[in-house]
Design a protein around this ligand. Structure first.
Ligand code: DGP
Length: 174
């Protein structure tokens, strides 16, 4: 089934919080309903910028924190044209992480405010729906391979979680 405009759905949360599994499940559901959709992921490690980010996350290279923040954002901006085209062509996008991770992760580092972190993503296409996988870090630390990548430490994930909760509140105050 072709929709007039595709849906832009994002899954956010800590590392190993189940985002990828839920994104895949939703994608399967779309397929079963015969609705055109694609599964996307940020960072998109397949581009030149994504390759740099990948090396940074795997601790193969060191980069300045501000530069890395801008690279993650640039990685979203560089795919914006394609993203809009897909949506306008009726293809729904189910996206594992987006700009909320950009803010929550960098603001977990010393000297970065939530507001500053939001600036470079201003103007990106806005999702229609964002799911936050509300998993606490204690359980996540027991998942297989936890610790392999740069941000996978219990302390860091605790600060990221606090930031995600602040973003949930500020974006949707009750
Ligand atoms: P993933 O491929 O979903 O496991 O994400 C890789 C790691 O990068 C994960 O620890 C979350 C982090 N991350 C994702 N997006 C951003 C971002 O925009 N900025 C920062 N600083 N970190 C991010």
């Amino acid at each position: 089934m072709k929709m007039k405009r595709g849906l832009f759905i994002v899954f956010e949360g800590l590392d190993r919080s189940g985002k990828s599994t839920q994104s895949r499940k939703l994608h399967e559901t779309f397929k079963a309903l015969n609705m055109e959709s694609e599964l996307w992921q940020y960072p998109n490690r397949s581009t030149a910028i994504g390759d740099l980010i990948n090396k940074y996350l795997r601790k193969e290279i060191e980069l300045d924190d501000t530069a890395v923040h801008l690279l993650f954002s640039a990685n979203r901006w560089e795919t914006t044209k394609t993203l809009r085209e897909k949506l306008n062509n009726g293809i729904s996008l189910i996206v594992d992480r987006y700009a909320y991770s950009g803010v929550a992760y960098t603001a977990a580092k010393e000297g970065f405010s939530l507001d500053w972190c939001k600036n470079c993503d201003n103007g990106l296409p806005k999702p229609d729906l964002v799911f936050f996988m509300d998993s606490q870090n204690e359980a996540l630390a027991n998942r297989q391979d936890f610790g392999a990548e740069r941000y996978e430490t219990t302390e860091f994930q605790k600060r990221v979680y606090t930031n995600f909760k602040k973003l949930c509140y500020f974006e949707n105050p009750t």
